[in-house]
Design a protein around this ligand. Structure first.
Ligand SMILES: Cc1cc2nc3c(=O)[nH]c(=O)nc-3n(C[C@H](O)[C@H](O)[C@H](O)COP(=O)(O)O)c2cc1C
Length: 288
């Protein structure tokens, strides 16, 4: 993944853009994104996905408008649509891959907004010619935007609590307690980049446990009560599993950029979180 700036500069710049300006997405940026989609086809846990970019001229933005429900997002000039197959870790992988697309777009100064709930699945499925063996778990609005957030965006952000992030101590642990920055060592920046990641309704369900004296990080999902029920009732995929993929993406890209090697592995470590009820998902095994 070739970025023009350090990923640790790009990640803090990203925020969910819900109001776009009339300028269409530039042709050279569309070409670069489409080129990246051709290489961004496999997740770290073995799933495949494919992505397309649909964009509209100013005149036919109305057509795209029909694809998003609840009017949360305004004047969208384009969408990244993704499809993936069924599989045990398909949604984590999808989250990871879509977030890479988003960071690539952020690097090109384009605004983005994940849409895992407020979108019309069947309309987007038609656009990407979804096959029988595929699902469209989420899409991403994309386009040019003003530097300053509009009044509308500020209202949505306040409603969702988008500017708040949980403190480090609520998210990161070691065996038996909270993880200090000293214990996290060279990985503290990776954890900082996870902490500011986007997540569905900003629930920040990622929890990470570092093994003492070793660069082994177990990722858990702390489910938000009722969230899965709503997803099922509205015929949407489990966005909180995609949130874990987003966290993996930020963690891994930051690690690689700071010279820390490692690999992902799924093997239940036999230890839970101090809070007790989070689900184990995946482990980062850091190199020596
Ligand atoms: C998997 C996922 C699904 C999301 N779905 C929606 C959505 O359906 N509608 C929406 O307006 N925002 C959606 N968001 C954006 C979040 O609301 C947003 O990331 C969060 O409020 C934090 O704000 P920020 O992205 O500006 O940092 C989603 C984010 C993620 C990661």
């Amino acid at each position: 993944m070739l970025l023009s700036k350090p990923v640790t500069d790009i990640i803090p710049k990203r925020f969910s853009v819900r109001s776009y300006i009339n300028d269409p997405i530039e042709e050279n940026k569309k070409k670069k994104l489409r080129g990246f989609f051709l290489e961004n086809i496999s997740g770290p846990l073995g799933s495949q996905a494919r992505f397309i970019l649909v964009s509209a001229s100013l005149e036919d933005r109305e057509e795209l408008k029909g694809l998003i429900s609840y009017g949360m997002i305004r004047n969208v000039p384009g969408f990244i649509i993704g499809a993936t197959g069924y599989g045990e870790k398909n949604l984590e992988d999808f989250g990871y891959m879509m977030e890479k697309n988003i960071l690539m777009a952020t690097d090109m100064e384009l605004g983005t907004c994940w849409l895992g709930a407020t979108f019309n699945s069947s309309g987007f499925a038609r656009k990407i010619n979804r096959r029988e063996d595929e699902i469209v778990p989420a899409v991403c609005a994309i386009g040019n935007h003003r530097e300053k957030k509009t009044a509308w965006e500020k209202i949505v952000r306040t409603t969702l609590g988008s500017d708040r992030r949980k403190p480090w101590d609520d998210l990161f642990f070691t065996e038996g307690g909270a993880l200090t920055r000293e214990e996290a060592g060279s990985y503290s920046l990776c954890l900082d980049m996870v902490r500011i990641a986007p997540s569905a309704t900003n629930n920040q369900p990622w929890r990470i446990l570092k093994m003492k004296e070793r660069n082994i990080f177990h990722f858990y999902l702390q489910r938000t009560f009722g969230y899965q029920t709503i997803s099922k009732a509205t015929d949407k995929e489990d966005a909180q599993r995609m949130d874990i993929g987003v966290a993996m993406c930020h963690f891994e890209l930051t690690a690689l950029e700071t010279g820390l090697s490692g690999k992902w592995q799924v093997e239940y470590p036999g230890i839970g979180l101090p809070s007790g009820n989070a689900e184990y998902v995946v482990t980062w095994i850091g190199g020596k």
